[in-house]
Design a protein around this ligand. Structure first.
Ligand code: SF4
Ligand code: SF4
Length: 68
């Protein structure tokens, strides 16, 4: 597998800064510890560990995170 293909296979996690209130729910539900709260903003700590399970997306009460 080439490097380009590896990068293409990684999930994309979008966090909408204007919607995220830093409640930490998405990080708590993420089974593989991909997400990390920094101040009042959710961030992606370990994208490689994301399984695209969508739990973060489904649990976020503010529709502030999406996984593709
Ligand atoms: S659940 Fe939603 S609002 Fe809460 S920290 Fe995660 S992305 Fe932000
Ligand atoms: S899709 Fe699943 S594995 Fe990926 S960040 Fe969200 S909860 Fe974690």
């Amino acid at each position: 597998m080439t490097e380009t293909e590896t990068e293409k296979d990684l999930p994309r996690i979008l966090i909408y800064e204007e919607l995220c209130k830093g409640c930490d729910i998405c990080a708590v539900f993420c089974p593989t510890e991909v997400l990390e709260l920094k101040g009042n903003m959710m961030t992606v700590k370990n994208l490689e560990a994301c399984t695209r399970c969508q739990l973060c997306d489904l649990r976020c009460p503010d529709f502030a995170i999406q996984v593709f």
